[in-house]
Design a protein around this ligand. Sequence first.
Ligand SMILES: *Cc1c(COP(=O)(O)O)cnc(C)c1O
Ligand SMILES: [Zn+2]
Length: 421
Amino acid sequence: MATTVAHPTTTSYDLGPARWLSCRECGHQSPLAPEFACAECFGPLEIAYGFGPVTRAEIEAGPKSIWRYRSLLPVPSDVHLYPNTEPGLTRLIRADRLGAELGIKNLWLKDDTGNPTHSFKDRVVAVALAAARELGFRVLACPSTGNLANAVAAAAARAGWRSVVLVPSSLEPAKILMTAVYGTTLIAVDGNYDDANRLATELAAEEEDWAFVNVNVRPYYAEGSKTLGFEVAEQLGWRLPEQIVVPVASGSQLTKVDKAFRELGELGLVEPVPYRMFGAQATGCSPVSVAFAEGHDVVRPVRPDTIARSLAIGNPADGPYVLDSVRRTGGAVTDVSDAEVVDGIRLLARTEGIFAETAGGVTVACTRKLVNAGQLDPDADTVLLITGDGLKTLDAVADQVGPTATVEPTTASVRSALCAV
Ligand SMILES: *Cc1c(COP(=O)(O)O)cnc(C)c1O
Ligand SMILES: [Zn+2]
């Protein structure tokens, strides 16, 4: 990459193709380190790379996990040799029956319920853990709306690390259980996610050997979301979809999938054709959707109130970058009510046999809304990211579904029950 800027001297860390940290606001560059805010302007730091030549064949011959893309991630080159939960390479499936219901001709689902702890968070945590190990940490920590806690606790257990997770005390029981079982130190905070996040930022400044995956090692962690974009392109036969719908919490996933598509084009791994990014939120926590609708560049924080708790971040760190991304690519951000979220979960389950958590319901319901509003092109190749498993949010549908009938164990009573429905 030709450039006249003098780069800071790189450190001795082996973080693969990562070369330095670059501020997303002012462009200031600094050496690779466990830092997340620019020393000049406090803007968020992002990994800058010096990629070597990468071929499709090399990637295809790699591990059947996110580590097949390790030459595009800020992780040591031998990362795949250490114990880890090996997330990724989840299935991408045609969804013709859901497509017919939504009026979309060519629809695919990226089914990330198949990850080790049943959400896409295993991807970002695996990358954060690998980078944190190289940066000298030995404790993995996070504030979480639930899925991140599951992923951190499992990854730390597999690596033999201690972990500490901070969750809102109101979290769904399943998510508490699915975290605690891994033997983590689980701290329930009386407050919402934004309170837990602020507390984590304060703790990160004091506990120097704690890697808070989404705080002090956030620049590394965030790059893990690129693997969703890499996999979608590879699984479509090394091409980009024309449209992709992504659920938005902090907004990191959407901006990194966009970054992945651009990197694949720049590296010559796909044809760099135009694509459109779409963001999906629940109305009860829709600060990015509201800013999009009002034409604002800044995202005004809200107090979340929605069943889509994995997306309930009222003050999304990457909100402004989501707005940049969807505006640059000609996409949009929208939001749907909790009732529509439940309908979305049921529609996906009934048409494609995938039981998603509330975030998946948000994505499906927002897709329907975007098609009906003429914002999504029904004739364009479209991918939806289904990012978490329905077993984590059973409460969302518990009072909506149940036995069709309860009968005596006789064929006659089954038959009369069948007549009644
Ligand atoms: C965390 C999460 C997201 C989105 O995360 P971002 O903070 O926007 O990167 C989407 N779906 C599920 C299930 C999640 O847990
Ligand atoms: Zn800066």
